[in-house]
Each structure stands twice: as structure tokens, then as C-alpha cells.
Design a protein around this ligand. Structure first.
Ligand code: MTE
Ligand code: MOS
Length: 812
């Protein structure tokens, strides 16, 4: 066992503690960035002037009338920028644009004593536009050749030869929609000028160091004059990895210019219309399979909809390409990626970071091919699983294939899939207008940032003379439970009770040059850094304790707040050892650092071993589809997920359930619509509020949810044997989509191929099952008017009763 992964006796990691802020969350006392505004004196409120065109030149900007509005203090424009007026990292995101590139883009910001005055001021700003033609959809962008950024190709072997030797060659297309993050807390920043003239920005950001870098660049100041703090976020989901920077910069700029604190907080519809979302993708593919259904070759072109600027589109595309294989061995591969430039919000990171889009391609292929090959989809999938020793198309060796097989078998067994498939066949045979199906799908998700340099983290740990411990680390808390895990790591490394430790808000002046809390690697990276810092202090304390206990320092043990010597009956309380160490002039503070070893990646040839390990999971989902309306219900889901040796089982359980629900939302419910017509609102986001953008709620969750953590899953390469959990379970929701496909097929004759749009909304499902009834896949076919549906006495209650196997998680 490696020293990084080894757990001491009595470890606090592995216990099912509740989220460290749970009580604050549910009582409304948890403080978020914008809660600071009412506690700050003389705050100015910022309101954007949003362009009513998807693409236009700004011919005139006249702010004089706004400045006459009572309460308005200043209108921020490009002239106010002392440094570089760009909020991105590719020099393509002007803060104050002269060319509008999407409907709703902010062209200037009004600062006023009240939000209402700022809003009225913004309405008084006079802007003249010269509208230009706008590209909105992926097909339009592809036809026009509108692309941005690099166009990487991931290749192995000889795709033409692979296709030539294949018994079956099939081709197809898939277009999948994006997704709105809909974090509960919209983007927010509050900037103040400190007593020494430096700037403090409170920001709801997943990437405080980059927010700091962008603010410093906009202000034309060195980074040591800008501090960014993130208290916590009310959700980020990737949407706050890159996009908070511009809002933080507006607040900072306003604060410098006026000398007053400036608050930016987007309303929900501003957030929806101004900030980036998950990338929609288009995929065109050709696949070859042998007579037994074994994948031989895959050729594909993936085009993502990047929106108006690059933002994180390139790394998102890289991850998509690195996940088209999902869990399957494909000998010959050639996959090319492109990023379309469209006149929409700049699409960005979203849980999975391109991985879900890449995986959906191969899962869609297998779901479509199974009936053509005369195979059950689960049989086709299982047959193609990786074996150890094989490599991914980018050259990383597979070493844990057994885990996927184990998880698959466990779900098959515990969910009773064989029995239920027979029951479902029975049900379907006796219900003409309702059909059920159960689908099982795997997830294999690479953990680490593709870009090797990002895989580093720092921590700063102080032990005070009374024994209490303060931990700063580079990660941010967005609800995912990172702080809870870091608290457990620190308590384990120091051998103290969890309530001895406090986790401080994330600040760039405590831990510098941090990576985004992203790629699910927050606990791997920061956990190892926290552990390093704690162990430095613990080793110094061991010297002090050794003298008192009369044993060598190597024989001193720290556990549950008690320090003991091996083989002696004597113990000393932790606080006493700390107090003695202080008197003996021991350094009780330490900076920890970690970098992930063994990673390499070349983005030019798209080869390497970019991931420390893979996280695995398997889900089986049963659905029932109504033949009259296409409405469907998810009846049950069974999940086995690989989190290594869990750092915090309750937190991991929440992450798995939440990610599954969010993934199901993306694939079945959430339907972003832009006005793609030629009218005056072309390019406007039509789904710009909760009334038109449908989110999954507790009511959409299946009434039966079984989640189990894969056992015997120790991970050698990560802190205390754990694995990352934040993103991978989102892709378990592909099982919902595949179940819907199979249920639609059940309306048709044996062997029906179903092409399902994404999202598979009830409307889309209705047309898919109509096509199946007509005896062919895809296409649109009219139907007869529906007779009223019958009542279903066996239908499960709509009340969700999440049955999680807590007893499997140790403490429940
Ligand atoms: N869980 C909650 N509750 N809220 C969030 O915003 N973001 C997800 C995931 N889980 C998110 C979440 C995303 S996109 C990532 S990358 C990880 O958490 C980041 O945190 P971690 O690295 O600590 O897992
Ligand atoms: Mo997550 S999409 O990596 O912030």
C-alpha cells in the first residue's frame, strides 16, 4: 500500500459524517457571496445593458441620459479599463465589446446606489446597433465553416482497414443538446478597495486563482494586489470555472473607479442569457463490428457548439474525444473534433466536461446497432468491455477492467435483471399501449486534468496553541462536500476529532496559484496537499511527544485526540502535546503541496497517460412509456459505483444521486431553445426562466433508487485510497436514455431500431415510438388520435423513497 493511500487505525475518513455546512444550509445561515452585500457599507449595485441582437456592430454608445438618473453613480465602459479589457484566457472575450456576438451580451454596466436605480440607468443608456447575420445552430455553423480553436484528431491503428475487415459497417448521426447549469446561486461578486489600496473580491468562483489573474490583468496590477475569496458556492457544476472572472472584473473595476464597494449579482434571467452552458454536440460516425458484435473500428467527427468565444471549449473537446471509447475496446479509431463558433453564449464546463457528450456517441451507436445484430443491448455492451492490458485510443493502459465487470455483475444480480427482463416481456405482451424496458450501461471516466500542469495543489495548515486546527486549501466548496472531506483528511492525518478542525474559506492570499476545483479532482489534489501539511506538523509534534512518552518518535501514535507511545500504557491528550510543543518553540504551521505523479499528455498528437486512474460505475434503469403521449416514468434505478475507499460515504452517496438526476435532466427533460427564426428576436434564448426551462425535481426521480458503493475498491494512487466522485455518476443516466430507446422499440416489431433525439423529451419519445410502430426507426410519422389512457393499479407511488444501502457503507 502506498503511503498516500494507507489509512491509519481510527481514521476519520471513511465515516459517514454529514456535510460540514448541512445545518447552516438548512437553517439559512450559510453565508454566500451576495449575503455580504447588505453587511457592507455604501455598496454600489451593478446592472448590465444587454444587447438585443445576436450579432451586431455597436455604432454608438451614449451614457449621458443614464448618468442623469437619480442614484446612478457611474456607467462603466471600455474607457474605464486601465489594463486589458478581456475576461477570458484566449483574448477573445472583450469585457466591453464593440461587436455584439450573442443576444443578451453586456455592452456596459451601470453602477448605482440601489439595484432599481441601476436598472433604470441601464434602460436609459442609448445604444445604436448595426445588425449582422447570425449563425445559431450547429448545422448552420458547419455549413458556413464557422469554427474556432484547434481541430484535434485522436487516432490509433488503421480505421479504413478496420472497417474493411468488419462484417457489419453502419453509419449515423447524433445531435445532442446542451444544458443549463441552473445552480441555485447565480453569478455573484463583491469588490472592495482595502485600507492599503489593494482589491479584495468576494466571488462565487470555482477558480479563485484565475479570477484573481483576470481581475489583476483588467486592472493592470500585479496579482499580489488582488485577493479573491470564495466563501462557498450555491452550486457551480462547471459553470463557475471560467465565467465568474468577467463579473468579478466589473465589480473590481467599479470599486477602483468609485472607491465604493461594488456588487454584481445576476438575476436568474441575466444568468441564463449571459452565461455559458454545456456544449451541444453533433456527431457523424461510421462503425465496424464483427459477426459477434465486437467493435472493430470507429470513425467519427464530433463538432461542439462553442458559442461566441473559446472559453473552455478546447479542453472540453479533448475530454469528449478521450471518452468516445467509454468502457469499450475499439482496435482502430479515428475521431476528429471541431468547435463551431456560433452567436450564442460561450459554452463552458459542465459536470463531465465533454465526457458525457463523447460517451453518448458510443452508447448511442451500441443502442442502435444491437437490434441490427440481433443482440440484446446488454449483451452487446458486455461483449465489448475492455480487458486489462488493453489500451485506450490515446494510449493509456487499462488496469482495472475487473472493477467494471464486478460492478456490472453486481447490478445484474442485485437488481434482479434476468427476472425483471422476463417480467417486463410479460408486461409488454399484455399492454399494447404501455411498454417497459430496463437498460444497463457502464461508465469509465478518466480522473485528472488532461493538461498535466493543472494537477497540483497546495494547503496551509495552522495548529494553534490550544490544539485547535485551521485548514486552508486551494479547493472551493460548491455543495459537493469537498470541505467535509478535507476536514476528515486533516482529522485523520493529525489523529484528532473532526470538531477540532475548521476549514477556512478559500482565499488566494492563503494558498496561491491553485487550479480550478474541477475535473472531480478537488479531493484527490487538495486532500493530498492537506495530508502533507498535517503530517509535517504531526512529525514535529511526535518529537515533542516522544520525550514525554519515553519512546522513539517513530513509535508515537495520534488517534482520536490522544497521543500514545507504542508498547506503553501512557497517553497524553492532543492539546497538551500541542501546548508543550509551543513552549518548546515548535513550528506549528505548515504549507502542504501535492502534484500527481506519472501523468503525461501531448495535445498535439493526442496521446499519453493523462489520467491517474479511471472511476467506474454501472446503472440499470427501468422505464415505462405511454404509447398515447410519449410520457414516461422512471420506475427504478440500481447503481454500483466505484469511489475507491470512500473518504465520506454520505457525501459520495449524495454526489451519485445528484449526478444521476442531473444527467437524467440533461438527457430527457431539459430543453434549451434559442429563437432560430429570422424575426427580430433571432438568437434570443427562449427558455430564459424556470417557467420555460424544465429542470428535474424530486418528482422525476424514480420511486426506487438503490445505490451501492463498489467494495474492495482501494485506490493505490490517491489520498487514503479514495477516488473522485463529482462528475462520473452523471453519465450513469445514459441508462435512462437507453431504456427509453428500448421501450420505444418494444412498440414495434422484434428488432426495431430506434433513433432517439437528445433530449429524449416526451414529445421526442412519442415520435420515436410512432416510428417504431410503423416498423422503422427514426423519422416522423403521424398517428391516430389517442384514446384515454387506462388507470394502472400496479403503478408505483410517485413518492420517492430513496432506498440507499446505508448499511453497506459502514456507519449509517
Ligand atoms: N455537487 C454539488 N452539490 N454542486 C456542484 O456544483 N459540481 C460538480 C461536482 N459535484 C457540483 C457538485 C462538478 S462539475 C465537479 S468538477 C465536482 O463536483 C468538483 O468538486 P470535486 O473536485 O471536489 O469533486
Ligand atoms: Mo466540473 S465540469 O470539472 O467543474
Amino acid at each position: 500500500m502506498s503511503s498516500l493511500s494507507e489509512r491509519p487505525a481510527g481514521a476519520v475518513v471513511g465515516r459517514s459524517l454529514r456535510h460540514e455546512s448541512a445545518a447552516l444550509h438548512v437553517t439559512g445561515r450559510a453565508r454566500f457571496t451576495d449575503d455580504l452585500a447588505p453587511r457592507t457599507k455604501d455598496v454600489l449595485h451593478a446592472w448590465p445593458v444587454q444587447a438585443p441582437h445576436a450579432h451586431a456592430l455597436l455604432s454608438r454608445l451614449d451614457t449621458s441620459a443614464a448618468r442623469d438618473v437619480p442614484g446612478v453613480v457611474h456607467v462603466l465602459t471600455g474607457e474605464d479599463v486601465p489594463g486589458v479589457g478581456d475576461s477570458g484566457d484566449s483574448d477573445d472575450e472583450p469585457l466591453f465589446p464593440t461587436e455584439v456576438c450573442f443576444h443578451g451580451q453586456a455592452v456596459c454596466w451601470v453602477l448605482a446606489d440601489s439595484l432599481e436605480a441601476a436598472r433604470r440607468g441601464a434602460a436609459a443608456v442609448r445604444v445604436d446597433y448595426e445588425p449582422l447575420p447570425a449563425i445559431l445552430t450547429l448545422p448552420e455553423a458547419i455549413a458556413a465553416g464557422s469554427f474556432q480553436g484547434a481541430q484535434p484528431t485522436l487516432r490509433r491503428g488503421d480505421v479504413e482497414a478496420g472497417l474493411a475487415r468488419s462484417a457489419h459497417v453502419l453509419d449515423g448521426e447524433l445531435e445532442m443538446a446542451g444544458q443549463e447549469h441552473f445552480y441555485l446561486e447565480t453569478h455573484a461578486a463583491l469588490a472592495t478597495v482595502e485600507d492599503d489600496g489593494t482589491v479584495l473580491v468576494q466571488s462565487s468562483t470555482q477558480h479563485p486563482s484565475e479570477t484573481q489573474a483576470v481581475v489583476a490583468r483588467v486592472l493592470g496590477r500585479p496579482r499580489h494586489e488582488v485577493t479573491v475569496q470564495c466563501l462557498r458556492m450555491g452550486g457551480g457544476f462547471g459553470g463557475k470555472e471560467m465565467q465568474p472572472h468577467g463579473y468579478a472584473a466589473v465589480a473590481a473595476l467599479g470599486a477602483i473607479l468609485t472607491g465604493r464597494p461594488v456588487r454584481v449579482r445576476l438575476t436568474r434571467s441575466q444568468d441564463l442569457t449571459m452565461t455559458g452552458k454545456r456544449h451541444g454536440f453533433h456527431a457523424r460516425w461510421r462503425v465496424g463490428l464483427d459477426d459477434e458484435g465486437r467493435l472493430q473500428a470507429l470513425e467519427a467527427t464530433l463538432t461542439s457548439d462553442g458559442g461566441w468565444s473559446l472559453d473552455l471549449s478546447q479542453p472540453v473537446l479533448t475530454r469528449a474525444l478521450c471518452h468516445v471509447d467509454n468502457a469499450y475496446w475499439i482496435p482502430d479509431v479515428r475521431v476528429t473534433g471541431r468547435i463551431a463558433r456560433t452567436h450564442k453564449t460561450s459554452q463552458t464546463a459542465f459536470r463531465g466536461f465533454g465526457g458525457p457528450q463523447g460517451m453518448l456517441v458510443v452508447e448511442d451507436i451500441l443502442g442502435r446497432c444491437a437490434p441490427l445484430l440481433g443482440l440484446e443491448p446488454h449483451e452487446l455492451r458486455r461483449r465489448n468491455f475492455y480487458q486489462d492490458g488493453q489500451t485506450t485510443p490515446y494510449g493509456q493502459e487499462i488496469t482495472q477492467a475487473g472493477r467494471l465487470h464486478r460492478a456490472w455483475d453486481q447490478v445484474t444480480r442485485t437488481a434482479g435483471l434476468d427476472r425483471r427482463r422476463a417480467e417486463i416481456a410479460q408486461f409488454n405482451a399484455t399492454h399494447e399501449h404501455r411498454q417497459r424496458a430496463v437498460a444497463i450501461t457502464p461508465v469509465k471516466f478518466g480522473i485528472s486534468f488532461n493538461l498535466t500542469a493543472f494537477n497540483q495543489a497546495g494547503a496551509l495548515v495552522h495548529v494553534y496553541a490550544d490544539g485547535s486546527v485551521l485548514v486552508n486549501h486551494g479547493g472551493t466548496e460548491m455543495g459537493q462536500g469537498l470541505h467535509t472531506k478535507m476536514l476528515q483528511v486533516a482529522a485523520t492525518a493529525l489523529g484528532v476529532a473532526p470538531d477540532t478542525v475548521r476549514i477556512a474559506p478559500t482565499r488566494t492570499d492563503k494558498v496561491p496559484n491553485t487550479s480550478a476545483t474541477a475535473a472531480s479532482s478537488g479531493s484527490d489534489l487538495n486532500g493530498a496537499a492537506v495530508k502533507d501539511a498535517c503530517e509535517q506538523i504531526r512529525d514535529r509534534l511526535a518529537q515533542v511527544a516522544a520525550q514525554r512518552l519515553g519512546v522513539p518518535a517513530a513509535d508515537v501514535r495520534f488517534r482520536d485526540g490522544v497521543v500514545s507511545g507504542l508498547g506503553t500504557g501512557t497517553t497524553v491528550p492532543w492539546a497538551e502535546v500541542v501546548a508543550a510543543a509551543y513552549v518548546a518553540r515548535t513550528h506549528l504551521s505548515a504549507a502542504g503541496f501535492y502534484r500527481t505523479e506519472g501523468l503525461h499528455w501531448s495535445s498535439t498528437v493526442m496521446q499519453g497517460s493523462p489520467f491517474k486512474y479511471f472511476a467506474h460505475g454501472v446503472a440499470a434503469t427501468e422505464v415505462e412509456v405511454d404509447g398515447f403521449t410519449g410520457a414516461y416514468r422512471t420506475r427504478r434505478v440500481d447503481i454500483v459505483h466505484d469511489v475507491g475507499d470512500s473518504l465520506s460515504p454520505l457525501v459520495d452517496l449524495g454526489q451519485i444521486e445528484g449526478a444521476f438526476a442531473q444527467g437524467a435532466g440533461w438527457l430527457t427533460l431539459e430543453d434549451l431553445r434559442w429563437d432560430t427564426g429570422d424575426g427580430e428576436h433571432r438568437g434570443r434564448l427562449a427558455t430564459a426562466s424556470a417557467s420555460t426551462y424544465k429542470l428535474p425535481s424530486i418528482a422525476e426521480l424514480p420511486p426506487v433508487v438503490h445505490v451501492a458503493l463498489l467494495e474492495h475498491a482501494h485506490e493505490e494512487g490517491a489520498v487514503y485510497g479514495s477516488k473522485a466522485v463529482g462528475e462520473p455518476p452523471l453519465m450513469l443516466a445514459i441508462s435512462v436514455r437507453e431504456a427509453l430507446r428500448q421501450a420505444c422499440a418494444a412498440f414495434g416489431p422484434e428488432g426495431t431500431v430506434v433513433e432517439l433525439p437528445s433530449p429524449a423529451t416526451p414529445e421526442a419519445v412519442f415520435w420515436a415510438l410512432q416510428a417504431a410502430r410503423a416498423g422503422h426507426g427514426g423519422g416522423i410519422e403521424g398517428g391516430d388520435g389517442p384514446p384515454p389512457p387506462e388507470a394502472d393499479p400496479e403503478a408505483p407511488e410517485r413518492r420517492p423513497q430513496t432506498e440507499t444501502l446505508l448499511h453497506q457503507l459502514g456507519e449509517g
